[in-house]
Write a protein that binds this ligand. Sequence first.
Ligand SMILES: Nc1ncnc2c1ncn2[C@@H]1O[C@H](COP(=O)(O)OP(=O)(O)O)[C@@H](O)[C@H]1O
Ligand SMILES: Cc1ncsc1CCOP(=O)(O)O
Ligand SMILES: [Mg+2]
Length: 291
Amino acid sequence: MHTAAPVPAASAGGPAPDWAERTATLLEAVRARGPLVHCITNTVVQNVTANVLLALGASAAMVDVVTEAGPFARVADALLVNTGTPHAEPRAAALEAAVAAVEAGTPWVLDPVAVGSLPVRTALARDLLALHPTVLRGNASEVLAVLGASAGGRGVDSTVGTDDARHAAQDASDGRRVAAVAVSGPVDLLVAPGIGAVRVANGTELLTRITGGGCALGAVVAAFTAVSPGDAGAAAVAATAVHTIAAELAAREAGGPGTFQPLFLDRLASLSPEDVVREARITVEAPAVAA
Ligand SMILES: Nc1ncnc2c1ncn2[C@@H]1O[C@H](COP(=O)(O)OP(=O)(O)O)[C@@H](O)[C@H]1O
Ligand SMILES: Cc1ncsc1CCOP(=O)(O)O
Ligand SMILES: [Mg+2]
């Protein structure tokens, strides 16, 4: 079992090199353990999600059948539930898996894709949220919508910035509805009790020009929760940094979205701890200290 490094001290607004070191350590832990990630995800991104997990060094299994999903969530190392194409059976399987994950102590991630004005997935995502996912991950519109603070974005895309979701995300994690919230966008925002607001400025606009740039990130976050027991914030930061740094390196060689996708998988697989430490652009805004 990997022993996580201590949480780095927060420094207001400045660079936080300890998070880069810790991300590198957690990346090595993912590769050493090869966590099995149980995915109940949408039909659009199943293939890219499995490929991203395999490139990272994790394992993927798409188990979205009722009566299989619950038992599998008990033996998997982590679970991802994504609401992108919420047909009837995957909806029931998602609830079954989430209940089992909570009972078994399997960490799990909720990605409330396109929640807001669409009633079926919005009800499902709220039911899932009530089961206390380890990490809530989505774009800013989705995070706000599932928390009841907005009407949602434009389909699967956000119409607001990550900082617009900051207060709702902090309320959700401080109130223990979830252990951490990961809000994606041009600069990703990660919040959890004790870590303040962590921002990861890595990434590439090409991640928004292929499908699954965010959905696969949810699976990567799930893989990192498996090696960060009790520290969902660290899992969210490390997963986001690894995903976005690999993408950024791939974008330097890519001719466009078509060549970017395989290069992204190559970079995920070859990303070294040194690459992480050299490329990470992570800042921390310390939590407010009570007077
Ligand atoms: N303008 C951008 N520049 C760089 N990276 C981005 C940009 N927009 C999104 N990303 C990255 O793309 C990934 C998916 O984010 P996002 O598009 O917000 O998710 P979703 O697909 O769920 O809406 C994240 O890793 C995020 O860091
Ligand atoms: C296009 C689409 N439609 C329903 S789910 C989905 C995939 C969304 O993927 P991402 O949120 O990673 O862009
Ligand atoms: Mg999404």
